[in-house]
Design a protein around this ligand. Structure first.
Ligand SMILES: C[S@@+](CC[C@H](N)C(=O)[O-])C[C@H]1O[C@@H](n2cnc3c(N)ncnc32)[C@H](O)[C@@H]1O
Length: 183
């Protein structure tokens, strides 16, 4: 049996994507520092809500959509059918190659990962970035302990905060968006 969301969850996410795609997911994709030729990782891509917009900004680059759930990745393939610059990875972050991405982004993923797993995930994401690469994330602000842990782990792993802001996301409430640069 495949691990992951039910058909109803996928359907509801598709509805949210249909009605809020531009205001929620496109807005985040447009904040990513991309010139068009980067190697990018969408960590916890889900059904490809952000990837749908990020991939359009990579005409000479490549986007890897990574998720632990085969069901979400199947849904992601459906969302992104027709795109040529995307690959799909069913795994957890510790399996990532070193120095292989210019940009790694996480959209509403890290807050749901248990603390002990985050202690492996953030170093793996930092290690997968090339020097000068960017880690971008947007996470809900309600769990301040989790946000503090994410920031602390980023700084312990050669990532320096470059930018951060709080945004009010339709239907999701306040979220923190951060950009970190790898030394
Ligand atoms: C709330 S969904 C967000 C999906 C997508 N980023 C979005 O904003 O629509 C969280 C996603 O992260 C994935 N995920 C959770 N833990 C993960 C891990 N350790 N490694 C990879 N993916 C993970 C889940 O399977 C799910 O698809």
């Amino acid at each position: 049996m495949k691990y992951g969301p039910t058909h109803l969850e996928i359907f509801l996410t598709r509805l949210a994507f249909f009605f809020c795609g531009r205001s929620v997911y496109k807005a985040f994709a447009n904040c990513l520092p991309l010139n068009g030729g980067e190697q990018v990782l969408d960590f916890g891509s889900g059904m490809g809500t952000v990837a749908y917009y990020a991939a359009k900004r990579l005409p000479r680059g490549h986007l890897t959509c990574l998720d632990i759930s085969e069901r979400w990745l199947d849904a992601c393939r459906r969302t992104l059918r027709g795109y040529k610059n995307i690959s799909y990875l069913l795994c957890r972050s510790p399996e990532l190659d070193k120095d292989s991405f210019d940009v790694v982004y996480c959209h509403f993923v890290l807050h749901d990962i248990p603390d002990d797993e985050l202690e492996r995930v953030i170093p793996a994401l930092a290690g997968a970035l090339r020097p000068g690469g960017v880690l971008a994330f947007r996470e809900p602000l309600n769990d301040t302990d989790k946000i503090s842990l994410i920031k602390c782990l980023a700084e312990q792993n050669r990532l320096t905060a470059r930018d951060s802001r709080i945004t009010d996301i339709p239907m999701m409430g306040n979220a923190l968006e951060c950009l970190y640069i790898k030394k």
